[in-house]
Ligand binder design. Structure first.
Ligand code: NAD
Length: 246
């Protein structure tokens, strides 16, 4: 427990589980009030209850579909009533497959959630973060830097998030809103569990630190970027990957 974020309000999208949940938990442990936003509203409510059960009572579950502009706008307006300062664009999906067999809908779905969702998040967080400034964190991926076969949709979307981060960082800097991105490597979440075991083992051979990452290791990086520990950091791409594809 700490006080790096005490008195601040944070939004984390896709926070019902996985890395989003870990970041929400990390922010709560540093004294923030967190809106746990997810398209799966029952899972978001269960996540807030689970956090409360460990004494982290400042979590509020909110239904939000990041592909829906009105839904994102409403989330930002609600957060602004509490003094919004931190916003994490984390919601994500996978639709893996070779390009030849991938329907256009499988490409568009990734763009809708990851790219359009993050852009909407940057737009509305930028409009609703108050005069004191704040921090927006976009969750990209090492796959957006290196490109992964079988994930042309995902690598395209995650690379786009790098460009979005830099452009938004320039646009919002005059209002002291910092915009940074984290590139997780292979992390222990449900998303990684969708990989075949042999595929996971093959990928881990590329990791100099030689292991899968734990969700709290992304949360630690997010606390750094959300807090006053990083007041001169904007437009940065922070790889938290055990050195994979460095
Ligand atoms: P996850 O599948 O465990 O959780 C994703 C969450 O996003 C779920 O709760 C889901 O309901 C929610 N979500 C999906 N679509 C949504 C929408 N339209 N609106 C709101 N919420 C929505 O995934 P994860 O592994 O925790 O990944 C989180 C983020 O980190 C993603 O952006 C992912 O691409 C990125 N990432 C993950 C890894 C990894 O190894 N797990 C590696 C690199 C990057």
């Amino acid at each position: 427990m700490g006080e790096l974020l005490s008195g601040r309000t944070a939004v984390v999208t896709g926070a019902a589980r996985g890395l989003g949940y870990a970041m929400a938990r990390g922010f709560l442990q540093q004294g923030a009030h967190v809106l746990v936003a997810d398209v799966d509203k029952d899972a978001a409510a269960a996540a807030a209850e689970q956090l409360a059960a460990e004494g982290l009572t400042e979590a509020t579950a909110v239904a939000c579909d990041v592909t829906d502009e009105l839904s994102v706008a409403e989330l930002a307006e609600r957060a602004a009533r509490h003094g919004l300062t931190i916003w994490v664009n984390n919601a994500g999906i996978l639709r893996n497959g070779d390009m030849a067999g991938m329907p256009l809908s499988g490409f568009r779905a990734l763009i809708d959630v990851h790219v359009q969702g993050s852009w909407l998040g940057c737009k509305y967080a930028g409009m609703h973060i108050g005069e004191g400034g704040g921090s927006i964190i976009n969750i990209s991926s090492i796959g957006g830097k290196a490109g992964l076969a079988g994930q042309t949709n995902y690598s395209t979307a995650k690379a786009a998030i790098l460009g979005l981060t830099k452009a938004a960082a320039k646009e919002l800097a005059p209002r002291n809103i910092r915009v940074n991105t984290i590139l997780p490597g292979i992390m222990r979440t449900a998303m990684a569990e969708q990989l075949a075991p042999e595929d996971l083992a093959a990928r881990l051979t590329d990791v100099p630190l030689g292991r899968i990452g734990e969700p709290h290791e992304i949360a630690d990086a997010a606390v750094f970027l959300a807090s006053d520990m990083s007041t001169f950091v904007t437009g940065a791409a922070l790889e938290v990957s055990g050195g994979r594809f460095m």
